[in-house]
Design a protein around this ligand. Structure first.
Ligand code: MCA
Ligand code: AMP
Length: 505
């Protein structure tokens, strides 16, 4: 029976009749949570949130270590009509301050070890309630959930109501909250489930963070809608993941996961024989990595392409040719085009801006209508900021980015954010952040820094100067002190030149 909550209904419908079937196994403890228990917990979380005064549309922000309990927290938030707002566990208090102030959540759930610091941040941002949840599922949230009555019925929410806000870094250095609706999330997961043939027989190895589209909506929603099971790893550990190949059928990863697995001597066709599908995305996978994976395992990785604002937009086919180096074909129901600056389609083979339209497309940036208008054409096409080309068969290749973005191990870092912090240091005139190739993470952050006359900073001092307020994954791995930044005749910093010069470190 339809309960009026679009996403919750779609998630629940996948596992009808599978109450006693396992949903998730915690690979640290071996504890198994069946579907019945998962939904009971989610119903209780919803009850607890309502008891705390959460009303439909309220944001519930979450910065917690990865755990099984983080999943019913997400589902319970949806069930009570609220908006899930997950935050990277690497964010510093200064970064969390920005998100809480911008999003004004009713409830903030954090790691108990960070509570004393973050409680002050939350109070300043006007957050009514701060709860805690640790990697074992313990904390004040668990206490509140235990005392709460489960919600009797999901709070009705329609297609256009918000289900989540995910912050993505911004070109200006200010992160933007991408508003995702019930329809965005439900439609995308349904399409992926069918395209990738996920069923109740599937067991997905889950080794990604739970605060991004990839690990949260692609992995969790698709598995729930298929009635399948998860093997939940709290962090990515290549030998442990390899061990799971014997008990699983599918893996979703960023390219770094695959290159690290390729470094495992035990990776071969025999250990991968139970697996039916390896999916990669979030960052480009080298053609060479595709071939090496095929040589070692006998499987072609299925590469797909997406973005926080669009969820998944393209995928290589399940049957049919998976073309290494491409991100495949537009998903059913998703329109995709490659255009010039004026918005006119370019010929097959030509490079242009990738634009997307469809039920997967987000509702805009939270409280940033100007930024939304800048990226969204009046007829509904969204400018992804990626540069691509289509081949004769309609496969898309991402050839670069018009947006000034660094992707490191699947995490996005906008140079402007790093530059703004370095420029604010005493003795710094200006800086330029850029990505340099890295065999493990694909790209890592490098910076060129120009010092004021007489300033006495070295690379360590620059890193130390920004470390307190910037998540560690954004910290530059290379710092180069230069007399001046290379500029073109228009005065624009030549980042390509810096990238070429410092590619080798
Ligand atoms: C960790 N560190 C990093 C990264 N991860 N530095 C740069 N880039 C990274 N990605 C740093 C930490 O700050 C720490 O620094 C040191 O490396 C060790 O940290 P640890 O946590 O042990 O690292 P790890 O476990 O080896 O993590 C690497 C990882 C992880 C497994 C590749 O970054 C990861 O899970 N990435 C996947 C991200 C993802 O799911 N992206 C999807 C978003 P220090 O030593 O200085 O403290 S994109 C998306 O959702 C779109 C829609 C899409 O298309 O999918
Ligand atoms: P995010 O903003 O974290 O959602 O990251 C989205 C960006 O990741 C996209 O705009 C692309 O630049 C990049 N991306 C995702 N998947 C792929 C892929 N398979 N190949 C190349 N780039 C990708």
């Amino acid at each position: 029976m339809y309960d009026g909550n679009l996403l919750a209904h779609a998630l629940r419908a996948g596992a009808l009749g599978r109450n006693d079937a396992p949903f998730v196994t915690d690979r640290t403890t071996g504890q198994v949570t069946p579907y019945r228990q998962l939904w009971q917990q989610a119903d209780r979380v919803a009850g607890a949130l309502i008891a705390l005064g959460v009303v439909p549309g309220d944001r519930v922000a979450v910065q917690v270590p990865k755990s099984v309990s983080a999943i019913p927290l997400y589902m319970g938030t949806i069930l009570c009509g609220a908006v899930h707002l997950p935050l990277n566990t690497g964010y510093t208090a200064a970064e969390v301050d920005y998100f809480l102030t911008d999003a004004r959540p009713r409830v903030f759930v954090c790691d108990p070890t960070e509570k004393s610091t973050l409680e002050q941040v939350a109070a300043k941002a006007g957050v009514a309630t701060v709860l805690t949840l640790d990697a074992k599922g313990a904390g004040t949230l668990a206490d509140a959930v235990q005392q709460a009555a489960p919600i009797a019925q999901a709070v009705p929410r329609g297609a256009d109501d918000l289900a989540a806000i995910l912050y993505t870094s911004g070109t200006t250095g200010r992160s933007k909250g991408a508003m995702l609706t019930h329809e965005n999330l439900a439609s995308n997961a349904l399409v992926l489930r069918d395209l990738w043939r996920f069923t109740a027989d599937d067991v997905l190895i889950h080794a990604l963070p739970l605060f991004h589209t990839h690990g949260l909506f692609v992995a969790i929603n698709v598995t729930l809608m298929a009635g399948g099971a998860l093997l939940l790893h709290r962090a990515f550990d290549a030998p442990a993941v390899l061990d799971d190949f014997a008990h699983a059928t599918a893996l979703m990863g960023v390219p770094t996961l695959y290159t690290r697995l390729l470094d495992e001597p035990g990776l071969n066709c025999d250990v991968a024989r139970n697996m039916r599908l390896f999916i990669s995305g979030s960052a480009p996978m080298l053609t060479e990595t595709h071939h090496r994976w095929h040589d070692r395992t006998g499987h072609w990785v299925l590469e797909r392409y997406g973005m926080t604002e669009t969820s998944m937009s393209t995928s290589n086919p399940y049957d049919g040719a998976r073309k290494p180096g491409t991100v495949g074909l537009p998903l059913p129901g998703v329109d995709l085009r490659v255009v010039d600056d004026a918005g006119a389609a370019v010929p097959v083979g030509a490079v242009g801006g990738v634009e997307v339209r469809g039920p997967n497309l987000f509702a805009g940036y939270w409280r940033m209508p100007d930024k939304t208008a800048e990226d969204m054409r009046p007829d509904g096409w969204f400018k992804t900021g990626d540069l691509g080309q289509l081949d004769d068969d309609g496969y898309l290749t991402i050839v670069g980015r018009s947006k000034d973005l660094i992707i490191s191990g699947g995490y996005n870092i906008y140079p402007k954010e790093v530059e703004t912090m370095i420029d604010a240091l005493d003795g710094v005139v200006e800086s330029a952040a850029f990505g340099v190739p890295d065999p493990d993470l694909g790209e890592v952050v490098a910076v060129a820094v120009v010092l004021a006359a007489g300033a006495n900073l070295d690379a360590d001092a620059v890193r130390a100067g920004i470390a307190a307020d910037l998540a560690r994954f954004k910290l530059p791995r290379q710092v180069h002190i230069l007399p001046a930044l290379p500029r073109n005749t228009m005065g624009k910093v030549q980042k390509a030149q810096l990238r070429a010069k410092f590619a080798q470190g």
